[in-house]
Design a protein around this ligand. Structure first.
Ligand code: GLA
Length: 381
């Protein structure tokens, strides 16, 4: 199979008649646990996956960035001397526009570039195809301009581009794991200090990602609303973020906030603890315990944070029936469709796949897509 790197390198020669000076790939991610905790300064436990966005780059001697998105067959030209504006037609290019704006605001002296972009991270599935693209673009543009940036700062630039230009108030998880992921490990990330602790995945286990192929509209609106609700509770409690609150403190103000705010905050507070506990259970090789935390996480996302959909709940139930106490499964990512992640002994893979293929479409009317993922290195690792 042709890799995204190979694709962009070949297309670069064909489109621009020169070999690329840089070909950079950055991975998508799957989150084992710690959902909607990142923007609450909390803990997450993602791993970078073996699906990537790739960017090839060569210098131009003018002040133009020309970018060709191979998979969309769409090309844009952006001047480095004009403040970038939102593009309602080539919407993929807003990641590039936002990144150019952020890098220039931060004083990076960018040079003109010819770029080709491609990738095999499934889009709209909650596997961070956009964060992968951002990290690959940032590394390409900065390297080509003979500037330097480290992985953590690259992640912050990507997040700022999403927050300030694209219009999604996302946290730091996706960009950071795409930049700094490690082979065969998940990373426990403290989203306040940005400290990264590698957590080995138990041997002979597999990370299975199952795409429900359900995508609901208004995802960004729902996402931003959840963030506002969490921040409202933190403000009420006069703390910087929900990271600073325990369940007793929340119970103490239960009558002063709305029921919805209470449930949102309860999800975040309990999810932070589950994430820390899951990292420890993985270190101990205790898959049964990991399974319990993942089940609690899913229930909390379903009942308190209200970000799952029936098809996703169905997938979790189907997988759990096969793996029992030998592993765990839950929805992963921002929610409202997308994917389920499962961690369990490798020998159960055929039985899990067979059960999904047999049961899922009966309930959902659509087929699931299944990916066996390997924990991979980030673009800056
Ligand atoms: C999206 C965001 C992340 C994170 C997750 C939910 O992937 O980009 O920052 O908030 O949702 O955990």
């Amino acid at each position: 199979m042709v890799t995204p790197r190979e694709k962009v390198a070949l297309a670069h020669r064909q489109s621009y008649s020169v070999a690329p000076q840089f070909v950079i790939a950055a991975p998508g991610r799957v989150n084992l646990i710690g959902e909607h905790t990142d923007y609450n300064d909390g803990f997450v436990l993602p791993l970078a996956i073996n699906y990537q966005a790739a960017v090839s780059a060569s210098k131009r001697d003018d002040r133009t960035i020309r970018a060709f998105a191979l998979d969309e067959q769409s090309q844009v030209e952006i001047s480095l001397d004009v403040e970038p504006e939102f593009d309602h037609v080539a919407s993929w290019s807003n990641y590039l526009r936002g990144i150019i704006a952020e890098l220039q605001n931060q004083g990076f002296k960018l040079c003109g570039a010819n770029l080709v972009i491609s990738g095999n991270v499934p889009q709209g599935a909650g596997l961070s195809s956009s964060a992968a693209l951002e990290i690959a673009l940032i590394k390409s543009l900065v390297s080509l301009s003979e500037e330097t940036i480290d992985g953590v700062n690259a992640a912050l630039v990507g997040q700022a581009a999403e927050n300030n230009f694209v219009g999604c108030s996302c946290g730091i998880m996706d960009q950071l794991i795409s930049a700094k992921g490690e082979r065969q490990h998940a990373l426990l990330i403290d989203c306040r200090s940005l400290t990264l602790s590698p957590v080995p995945l138990p041997s002979d286990t597999v990370v299975l990602v199952v795409n429900s192929n359900v995508r609901r509209a208004l995802v960004d609106g729902e996402y931003n609303l959840r963030r506002q609700q969490c921040e409202a509770v933190a403000r009420h409690l006069k703390v910087a973020a929900l990271r600073d609150v325990n369940l007793d403190q929340l119970l103490g103000v239960a009558s002063e906030i709305s029921d919805i705010e209470f449930k949102r905050a309860r999800h975040v507070i309990t999810e932070n603890q589950r994430t820390l506990d899951t990292a420890q259970a993985l270190v101990d090789g205790d898959l049964k315990q990991v399974g319990l935390y993942m089940a609690e996480s899913h229930a909390s996302m379903r009942d308190d944070f209200e970000i799952t959909v029936p098809e996703i709940d169905t997938l979790v139930n189907i997988i759990k029936l096969v793996i029992g106490e030998q592993g765990g499964t839950r929805m992963t990512g921002g929610g409202f469709g997308g994917c389920v992640v499962a961690l369990f002994p490798r020998q159960l893979v055929p039985a899990v796949i067979a059960k999904i293929n047999l049961e899922y479409s009966k309930v959902s009317g659509t087929e699931a897509t299944i990916f066996e993922c390997e924990a991979s290195a980030g673009a800056f690792t």
